[in-house]
Design a protein around this ligand. Structure first.
Ligand SMILES: [Zn+2]
Length: 376
């Protein structure tokens, strides 16, 4: 999932952002409240009143979602899981955790904190609304915010991973089945819930409820995709956090910069399996030969050029004691197939994404085998 938008402010060290899609939601909500909800409940008021209260309602919806996400985040931070950003977008909010919960009980408490906050807010607005004159426009506002928070709490409790309810569900399965199997089950529920919403949305579109139908279908797509992404992220995190970069990096001896490209192609290249190769320059620096850079050279240039003519520095690297999960995430983010491993200023080797993927596949294979044999 990636978000783009504007930074709003920082609270408890967490950066709050508005994704551009949020503005679509803000516009739609304000418009439908000002043209539908408020005039139907409190007729014959000036239009500016309806729009004013609708804008305030939409802002309060945003504050409600933010408080929900902040509750998750503050519990997570208490368990030393860093949270850097909260994004508010068309389907609500998301707090980006830098790590996953370490135990089922941590996961349970982090997940339930959001809905509890929403129900708490709902009860406050319900109580104020209950004692407020019923025929006043402001009472409609209190009711709306009550409903919004109640819905936020209730919807998120649906056991479809990665919704809060899905995380709670996973934390309950975790003890019995282990995190990987628990995530797989919860993520499947998320997937089928997403598909159900898509079908429901399409049905609504065909029965004339077009805008809500479109929104619901997209929400379904979003949950379906998020359930898959969260599953992959858990698998990666769980499997790869048991390894360090130096467990699987390929150590290499730097080449002589005076070697011709042709000799490299004929004698060195057949014996290596990386496309980056270290070369030690005269002044003691390590630069890199990228096989892609020499592939298209005509034969006469291969004969003429030496490695020092084609090597270049690389400024992205990982350190040997880094967890493999962290290194792999960085490589995916930077779209790198290979990355040099460096300790302080010393070059150690090359880390290959395909080697990491090999580990993942091997472990997932074993995991499936062991669950199959248990079933038999
Ligand atoms: Zn939540």
């Amino acid at each position: 999932m990636s978000f783009n938008g504007i930074k709003l402010f920082k609270i408890f060290g967490i950066e709050v952002h508005l994704d551009y899609s949020w503005f679509v939601a803000f516009f739609l909500i304000t418009f439908s409240l000002a043209e539908g909800f408020y005039p139907s409940m409190y007729p014959d008021l000036p239009k500016t009143y309806y729009y004013l209260i609708s804008v305030i309602s939409a802002v309060m919806l945003f504050v409600s979602v933010l408080l929900h996400e902040l509750s998750h985040s503050l519990v997570a931070v208490r368990y030393s899981i860093p949270v850097k950003d909260i994004y508010l977008f068309i389907f609500g909010g998301v707090a980006l955790f830098q790590d996953e919960a370490k135990t089922p009980s941590q996961e349970f408490k982090i997940a339930i904190a959001g809905p509890l906050m929403s129900f708490f807010l709902a009860s406050i607005f319900f109580t104020i609304g209950y004692h407020y004159p019923k025929d006043d426009l402001f009472n409609g506002f209190l009711n709306y915010i009550f409903i919004v928070n109640f819905f936020l709490g209730a919807f998120n409790l649906i056991p479809a991973f990665p919704l809060d309810g899905g995380r709670i569900f996973r934390s309950l399965l975790w003890k019995k089945y282990g995190i990987l199997k628990a995530t797989e089950i919860a993520s499947n529920v998320g997937k089928y819930f997403g598909i159900t919403l898509i079908i429901l949305g399409i049905f609504m579109i065909f029965t004339g409820n077009i805008i809500n139908g479109i929104w619901l279908s997209f929400l379904g797509f979003f949950i379906k995709r998020a359930s898959k992404e969260a599953l992959i992220s858990t698998q990666l995190n769980y499997i790869l956090s048991r390894f360090r970069v130096d467990n699987i990096m390929r150590t290499m001896n730097p080449l002589n910069p005076d070697l011709t490209v042709l000799d490299f192609i004929n004698f060195v290249k057949p014996n290596i399996s990386t496309h980056l190769y270290p070369v030690l320059t005269q002044d003691g620096k390590i630069l890199f030969l990228d096989i892609k850079d020499i592939q298209k050279l005509p034969y006469y240039q291969q004969e003429e050029l030496t490695l020092k003519d084609v090597i270049k520095p690389i400024d992205k690297y990982v350190s040997p004691e880094e967890k493999l999960s962290q290194a792999y995430r960085y490589m995916i983010k930077e779209k790198l197939e290979e990355i040099p491993v460096r300790y302080k200023d010393i070059f150690l080797g090359i880390l290959k994404a395909s080697d990491i993927e090999h580990i993942i596949n091997k472990h997932l294979g074993q995991e499936n085998e062991s669950t199959n044999s248990r079933r038999r």
